[in-house]
Design a protein around this ligand. Structure first.
Ligand code: PEP
Length: 250
C-alpha cells in the first residue's frame, strides 16, 4: 500500500539547535538518497527550522515541528503557531508527545485542539499516544490508548489527509527498553482496528509509527510488524549513523 510507505521520523527534542543541527540535517539528506523506499522526517528545534528547511528543499527530507499553539496568532508570549511553522517550511508537526503531556500539562483536550489546528493550517500531524508503566502493569494499555485516540479520531476522520499516529509506550521512551515486536504489534493492530471502525479510508491512509528506544539493532524486528508503518525516533535520531541504519532497516 503506497499510502503506508515506511515513515521514519527523528524527534530531536531540545538538542542540535545550531550548527550541529545543520550538519545533521545535511547528513539526513544523504541518507534519503540511499533509502528511496522510505519517507524521512526530521524535527529540529524551532531556532533552526527555517534554515534546515531551506537546506532540505527538494531533497526528500520533510521537516516537522515538535509542537504548535492551536491559535493562528495573538498575545501568547513564547508560542509558535501553525501558519508560522508552514512559513518556516514545516509540513509535519508532532503533537501530544508524552513529554508534553507529562511535563507541560497537555491533556487529551489540548491534543485534540492542536490536531485540529494543524490540519486547519495545512500541517500533517504525528499524534502521539501511549501508556505509562503503571498503566501497562495494571492491564490498562489498550484502554488508555483508546481513550487518547478517541479524543482526536473524529478530527482525523473529517480530513482526507495522510496523517500519522505514533504509539510510544512512555516506559520505553529514552529508557533503552523497547516494546517487543509482539507487544508493539498488539497495540498497533488495535489502533488500526479503531481507525477502521471510524473510517476504512482513514485506516488505509494513516501510518502508525512505533516509538520508544528504537535503535539500529531492534529496528528491523519492530518495522517488520504488519501494522508498524514506521518509527518515531528520539535518541537514535541525534546521530546520523544510527538514524541512517534505522532508515535502511525500514
Ligand atoms: C521519542 O521521544 O519520541 C522517542 C521515541 O525517544 P527515544 O527513541 O529516545 O526512546
Amino acid at each position: 500500500n503506497p499510502e503506508r510507505r515506511p515513515l521514519i521520523a527523528g524527534n530531536w527534542k531540545m538538542f542540535h539547535g545550531g550548527n550541529s543541527g545543520l550538519a545533521l540535517a545535511a547528513d539526513v539528506v544523504s541518507i534519503a538518497k540511499r533509502v528511496p523506499h522510505a519517507d524521512l522526517v526530521i524535527s529540529p528545534p524551532y531556532t533552526i527550522l527555517g534554515a534546515v528547511s531551506l537546506d532540505c528543499q527538494g531533497k526528500k527530507v520533510a521537516i516537522a515541528a515538535q509542537n504548535l499553539h492551536a491559535k493562528d496568532k495573538g498575545a501568547f508570549t513564547g508560542e509558535i503557531s501553525g501558519p508560522m511553522l508552514v512559513e518556516a517550511g514545516c509540513t509535519w508537526v508532532i503533537i501530544g508527545h508524552s513529554e508534553r503531556r507529562q511535563l507541560f500539562g497537555e491533556t487529551d483536550a489540548t491534543v485534540a485542539e492542536k490536531t485540529a489546528a494543524a490540519l486547519q493550517y495545512g500541517l500533517l500531524p504525528i499524534v502521539c499516544v501511549g501508556e505509562t508503566l503503571a498503566e501497562r502493569e495494571a492491564g490498562k494499555t489498550l484502554a488508555v490508548v483508546k481513550r487518547q485516540l478517541e479524543a482526536f479520531l473524529d478530527i482525523l476522520a473529517a480530513s482526507d489527509k495522510a496523517v500519522a499516529i505514533a504509539y510510544e509506550p512512555v516506559w520505553a521512551i529514552g529508557t533503552g527498553k523497547n516494546a517487543g515486536p509482539a507487544e508493539a504489534e498488539e497495540v498497533h493492530a488495535a489502533i488500526r482496528a479503531w481507525l477502521a471502525e471510524k473510517s476504512p479510508a482513514l485506516a488505509q491512509r494513516t501510518r502508525v509509527l512505533y516509538g520508544g528506544s528504537v535503535k539500529p539493532d531492534n529496528a528491523k524486528a519492530l518495522l517488520g510488524c504488519p501494522n508498524v508503518d514506521g518509527a518515531l525516533i528520539g535518541g537514535a535520531s541525534l546521530d546520523a549513523a544510527s538514524f541512517g541504519a534505522i532508515a535502511e532497516a525500514a
